[in-house]
Design a protein around this ligand. Structure first.
Ligand code: URA
Length: 424
């Protein structure tokens, strides 16, 4: 059945409900180029302003899945579980998490993206390891999942091509922030990927997409419902992103910190979240194991080394180090009471760790190293941050973004990292 794009836009503009037929048609016609970008932009804006109900979101997601291929991990000898984070500053959790969960007996197909804006991309981080490559064929992906148990690689173009086109359009039309469109975008890719279980890490705070707890909760509930209805065991954690995760933001810096976690050390918040997400993934996949033990006994590190080597990387290679470093001292003596995630993310980005356009290169060495976290005692003049870059002309702009990033007080009690858990 054929519809008229202008009628579909008018339906949503006038706060109506889109029918299943309208949704199937508009996604298919847009993917084929029969609905123009300006028409889809108008529809996306109408959705941003007027929303969609649960039925419309589920149908929109199904239509985006149907625009491409669906992978099937049913022939693997172990269950699969994946994790998706809505993105944050210093969020390197995928790096220790994928080998950790694989070490516990669950296969982890982590199809990832590159960073855009102030949040770093998992593939950009791993590409700071000499020799490592992000692209795998579907056969290589399956073989590595069976033999190593964990894969972090680039999502192929075949998964949800409608989303790829629509996300690029939303990026330039001010329509990224619509909860129905974010939920369907993320879940169409994850359901098409074919994972049996999915744990969502929905970030809340200055460094996240969702600045507000109520919005983050709505996004999490929408995604959990979409996954559950599609037969994927899905749960979500709402986690704090007002402060960066760990003590590093930047590509090679974050790989180094992840390896520390796999070696049984690393910052407490990174360890806490890695273990909590691993427990959720194992429970959703129906496997009993203690992930904390697998970090302690070195088996997660063994899987990490095998996972990096299987994709051409040298897990023993020295990671690159920035030639230029600039120390920011603590402004006063007391307790650090603020370390703003967005400001640190923007600084890392300006130092060269992130990209403004998707074709821009990133620097493997650039980023921000933090020497204290909120709640820690600091002394005036001690190093608080170290800025890393290969281009000293970038330091001034990075410092500008950090002007109001930190505060020191007499006392400060940080809030919880894991704020809530959303299950079906
Ligand atoms: N990530 C996605 O994949 N899609 C969105 O819409 C937002 C974040």
């Amino acid at each position: 059945m054929s519809f008229d794009a202008v009628d579909v836009i008018r339906t949503k503009r006038d706060r109506g409900e889109l029918s299943d037929g309208q949704i199937d048609w508009v996604i298919d016609a847009y993917t084929k180029g029969e609905v123009a970008d300006e028409q889809m932009s108008a529809l996306a804006m109408a959705i941003l302003l007027n929303g969609m109900n649960r039925r419309e979101i589920a149908r929109w997601t199904a239509a985006m899945i149907a625009s491409g291929e669906r992978m099937d991990f049913g022939k693997l000898s172990r269950p699969t579980a994946d994790k998706h984070s809505t993105g944050g500053v210093g969020d390197k959790i995928t790096l220790p998490l994928a080998p950790l969960v694989a070490a516990c007996g669950v296969a982890v197909p982590q199809l990832s993206g590159r960073g855009l804006g102030h949040t770093g991309g998992t593939l950009d981080k791993l590409e700071s390891i000499p020799g490592w490559r992000a692209s795998l064929s579907n056969d290589e992906l399956m073989r590595q999942l069976e033999e190593v148990g964990a894969v972090i690689c680039a999502a192929g173009d075949g998964l949800a091509p409608a989303d790829k086109k629509l996300y690029a359009l939303r990026d330039v039309t001010g329509t990224v922030e619509a909860i129905p469109l974010i939920a369907s975008s993320i879940m169409s890719k994850k359901i098409a990927e074919g994972t049996g279980a999915l744990v969502l890490d929905v970030k809340v705070g200055s460094g996240a997409f969702m600045k507000d707890l109520a919005d983050a909760r709505e996004l999490a509930e929408t995604m959990v419902a979409l996954g559950t209805d599609a037969g994927v065991k899905t749960v979500a954690l709402l986690t704090d992103m007002s402060v960066p995760l760990g003590l590093t933001a930047g590509n090679a810096l974050e790989v180094r910190e992840s390896v520390e976690v796999l070696a049984g050390g690393g910052p407490a918040d990174v360890v806490e979240l890695t273990v909590a997400l691993a427990r959720e993934m194992l429970a959703a996949a129906g496997v009993e194991a203690d992930p904390a033990e697998k970090l302690r006994d070195g088996t997660a590190m063994d899987v990490w080394r095998a996972m990096i080597a299987a994709q051409g990387g040298d897990p023993s290679a020295e990671l690159p180090i920035a030639p230029e470093q600039h120390v920011v001292p603590a402004p006063a003596t007391g307790v650090l009471s603020k370390l703003d995630a967005l400001a640190v993310g923007v600084a890392a980005w300006r130092l060269g760790a992130g990209r403004a356009r998707k074709e821009d290169p990133v620097s493997p060495v650039a980023g921000v190293e933090m020497h204290a976290k909120p709640g820690d005692q600091v002394t005036e003049g001690q190093p608080l941050l170290t800025l890393h870059t290969d281009d000293p002309t970038r330091i001034e702009r990075a410092l500008e973004s950090l002007t109001d990033a930190t505060e020191v007080a007499d006392s400060y009690e940080p809030g919880p990292l894991i704020i809530d858990r959303i299950s079906p």
